[in-house]
Design a protein around this ligand. Structure first.
Ligand code: ADP
Ligand code: MG
Length: 462
């Protein structure tokens, strides 16, 4: 452990002494980063906060890569994550999947200079999300109870368990909580968590022999518990659905637990094969609904407490009254207030809170806008078929439409970078760089700004 610390302090002093950054900049973004893990081909760095993670990943990743390589003598892919300091985190090892090279997919991003030549690491296990920090209310109590039951009992009462609901309402949190709980209770259980789009991407790489098929199959068919997040992304992909069908059957016959999460119930997933739909409905389906007032307030209190920030009750009530979107948004609001009060010592009163969170209030997530509508709107505007926007072609016209779509998604929905990326098969850092590109372009191109704002107005009806 000491040697990790030594390596890291070496890297940090190199950065500090490089002269590339002012002292305040260095203190703000680098000083308390932490090297958590280092292997032959990747390094895991704890950024402690989401804000830092976002900034470091969009601006300073290559700096970290460069200086780390200088110290250790070879290049590794850097993965940023946020771990809090709770001792729980020490209890379980971080399990990561092998760093498959994303050669073909990455090339698109390389052009934008974001991802470098790294492979990609997926965390199987994310110690941040547990049942302990999942706040239960009327709108999520059934989903919570079903997940707990599965985590606590090895005999499979519901198989599969299917959790559905809009983005930002806690589905992924619940899946991770199940993973954590099972690993703590039954250490030797082979728990496999995968996102639908990663399953699809890995399969493609296996089919094209970039990774052995057997490896792929073993990984999923030898699971004791398989959790597939955002399963809707396998729909419309024939070979992926075929493979998943066999995986599902093998596990189900073996009485292994399957847990699926999706943004909508099986019957509403477009282009999902019938035989999968019926299987998804074999067990129990539970939904998570947008939080009611009580749950919003409870979550705001809970997040403020866990982030160690004191927010007057009147402000919390004000926020609970006004932020009616999803839970990710509530969490984002608290984190932003924390950053504001840390960075410029802002006092938290109604006015400062309003101005700090202005966009959340004015752009309060327009309800009823679907991702499909955004794709269609942009596709029509730029005369690019939706399939091409989602695809990988780099022709200027197409990639511009793609970037604008990403910009609009990020502006008017609550989707995370990762979720947005899933629609394009893109890594979250590339989503960020597409977003930043348009964000910067708009500053110098009023026509573009007008064009995009007109689309946003039409979509949101404002
Ligand atoms: P989804 O997968 O449904 O889009 P997530 O699980 O990613 O949503 O949740 C978004 C954010 O909100 C996460 O940071 C998560 O920890 C938080 N969150 C969601 N529901 C709860 C809850 N009931 N209690 C505490 N935090 C929650
Ligand atoms: Mg999710």
């Amino acid at each position: 452990m000491d040697s990790l610390n030594e390596i890291w302090s070496c890297v940090l002093s190199k950065i500090a002494e490089s002269g590339e950054f002012s002292e305040p900049t260095y203190n703000l973004w680098f000083r308390d980063l932490e090297l958590v893990k280092l292997t032959n081909d990747f390094a895991l760095i704890n950024t402690k906060t989401q804000l830092k993670k976002d900034i470091v990943s969009s601006r300073y990743l290559s700096t970290l890569e460069k200086y780390l390589a200088e110290v250790i003598g070879f290049n590794v892919a850097i993965n940023l994550d946020i771990f809090d300091d709770r001792p729980d985190y020490e209890k379980v090892n971080i399990v990561e999947r092998p760093a498959f090279r994303l050669d073909d997919e990455v090339s698109d991003e390389r052009i934008q200079g974001e991802v470098g030549d790294g492979g990609e690491i997926y965390m199987t296990y994310n110690p941040q999300y547990t049942f302990n920090n999942f706040v239960v209310g009327n709108t999520n109590k059934f989903a919570h109870a079903a997940c707990r039951a599965i985590a606590e009992n090895a005999d499979h009462i519901y198989n599969p368990l299917f959790i559905y609901g809009d983005s930002g309402l806690g589905k992924t949190h619940l899946l991770y909580a199940i993973t954590n709980e099972i690993l703590l209770r039954r250490e030797n259980t082979n728990v496999v968590y995968v996102r639908g789009e990663d399953f699809a991407n890995e399969l493609i790489r296996s089919l094209s022999k970039k990774i052995p098929m057997q490896y792929f199959r073993d990984r999923y068919r030898k699971a004791d518990v398989l959790l597939v997040d955002d399963i809707q992304f396998i729909a419309g992909k024939p070979s992926t659905q075929e493979e998943f069908f066999h995986t599902f059957n093998a596990l189900h016959e073996d009485k292994k637990q399957i847990i699926l999460a999706s943004d909508r119930p099986p019957k509403d997933i477009p282009n999902l094969e019938e035989r999968l739909r019926t299987r998804f409905e074999w067990g129990l389906s539970v939904d998570v609904q947008p939080p009611d007032y009580e749950l919003r307030l409870a979550i705001l209190k809970n997040k403020a407490q866990s982030l160690n920030i004191t927010i007057p009750d009147s402000i919390l009530i004000f926020l609970a009254d006004n932020l009616k979107g999803n839970i990710r948004q509530l969490e984002g609001a608290i984190k932003r207030l924390r950053a504001a009060s840390m960075l410029n010592g802002t006092r938290l009163d109604q006015d400062s809170v309003k101005s700090c969170l202005q966009d959340l209030f004015s752009n309060a997530v327009p309800t009823g806008i679907t991702v499909d509508e955004i794709f269609e709107m942009v596709g029509k505007k730029y005369a690019v078929p939706v399939e091409e926007i989602k695809g990988r072609k780099r022709e200027k016209k197409i990639s511009n439409a793609r970037h604008v779509t990403i910009y609009i998604m990020r502006t008017i929905t609550n989707m995370s970078l990762t979720e947005i990326g899933a629609y394009f098969g893109m890594h979250h850092t590339s989503v960020m760089s597409a977003y930043s590109k348009i964000y910067e372009d708009i500053k110098t191109d009023p026509a573009l700004e007008f064009e995009i704002n007109a689309m946003i107005r039409e979509l949101t009806g404002k």
